[in-house]
Write a protein that binds this ligand. Structure first.
Ligand SMILES: Cc1cc2nc3c(=O)[nH]c(=O)nc-3n(C[C@H](O)[C@H](O)[C@H](O)COP(=O)(O)OP(=O)(O)OC[C@H]3O[C@@H](n4cnc5c(N)ncnc54)[C@H](O)[C@@H]3O)c2cc1C
Length: 286
């Protein structure tokens, strides 16, 4: 089916984009890679009057690393650009792994990380990684800028805490704690391109401050960080016991639905299996 009719706008600065959004508000939709937006438009699930292509805004195409500022991923940075970054691969491996599992190289050549979180699918692959990394979302509106911690960004299926007239300028990730190691495991119906039946991201550190963070996709209306896992006492408890407690907590806290990709019980079971597998790998337990 062809796309419905719309007016195409291509601002070149953040100020122009802010003014366009202030004027057209709910009638406008931003276009980054278009791999979600154009599918929804073609299926007539949304019909924006104005499509605002943000790829011409140079300031949004920023991928930088700084000890103090952390990692900044601008709104038009594609997933392939992210995956090609040595800093991301070496210092933010959980994000590198998550981005590498999303769709296939041709989609990743267009798709952006910011588009992935703004689309707010419960299955968004980069979201669990951003949750365990304590990312922040930098938002611009007509009155200036504000920061939304990623843990407060997702509010429901395909819903975020962005207000009318706001857009995401970048995602910022702070330097990880000393000795931190992360991973992302995605369970799909096929080895190739498919949304996750369940996705699990983990970040652990056992030198200096002990840390165990877990977040999942496809197990609740939003991507979910399981904060209760972080209360498991790390001292006086073997890694195997910690993992067993984490698996029980994860299975208790999630609320998956049944759909074409898997049933509720299957997803709950696999969330535990992946949690065990990922923590055993990161903690060196065999
Ligand atoms: C074949 C195929 C396979 C896929 N496989 C996966 C997969 O395995 N895992 C997965 O997670 N996803 C998958 N997706 C979904 C999609 O590719 C990702 O969500 C992608 O990251 C979206 O990025 P984009 O730049 O294309 O977003 P777009 O489609 O351009 O935008 C997505 C939404 O975010 C809004 N938006 C974009 N940028 C901003 C901004 N700066 N501020 C505010 N709102 C903004 C848009 O208006 C739109 O509503 C797949 C899609 C296809 C077509």
């Amino acid at each position: 089916m062809p796309l419905p009719k719309f007016d195409y706008l291509r601002p070149e600065t953040v100020e122009e984009l802010t003014a366009i959004l202030a004027k057209y508000g709910a009638d406008a939709k931003l276009l980054a890679g278009g791999t979600d937006l154009l599918v929804l438009m073609r299926e007539r699930l949304i019909r924006p009057r104005y499509v605002i292509d943000i790829k011409g805004i140079r300031d949004l195409h920023k991928l930088s690393w700084d000890e103090k500022e952390g990692l900044t991923i601008g709104a038009t940075v594609t997933l392939n650009e992210l995956i090609a970054s040595e800093v991301v691969r070496e210092s933010f491996n959980v994000l590198w792994k998550a981005a590498s599992t999303l769709a296939d190289p041709t989609i990743r050549n267009r798709a952006t990380l910011v588009g992935n979180i703004c689309n707010a699918s419960p299955a968004a692959d980069t979201a669990p990684a951003l949750l365990v990394l304590d990312a922040e979302v930098e938002v611009v509106n007509a009155n200036g800028r504000r920061i939304i911690p990623i843990r407060d960004f997702f509010t429901g299926v395909k819903r975020t805490s962005l207000k009318l007239g706001e857009f995401v300028e970048a995602v910022r990730i702070p330097k990880s704690p000393d000795g931190a190691r992360g991973d992302y495991l995605k369970w799909g119906r096929t080895r190739g391109e498919d949304l996750a039946v369940v996705g699990v991201a983990a970040l652990v550190a056992n030198s200096g401050k002990e840390i165990m963070r877990i977040a999942l996709s496809s197990v609740a209306p939003t991507p979910l960080r399981i904060f209760e896992v972080e209360e498991i006492p790390m001292g006086g408890c073997s890694p195997a016991e910690q993992i067993s407690k984490a698996v029980s907590i994860v299975r208790e806290k999630i609320s998956p639905i049944a759909d074409v990709r898997g049933g509720r019980e299957y997803r709950t079971h696999m969330a535990g299996v992946l949690t065990k597998r990922i923590l055993e790998g990161l903690l060196g337990v065999s």
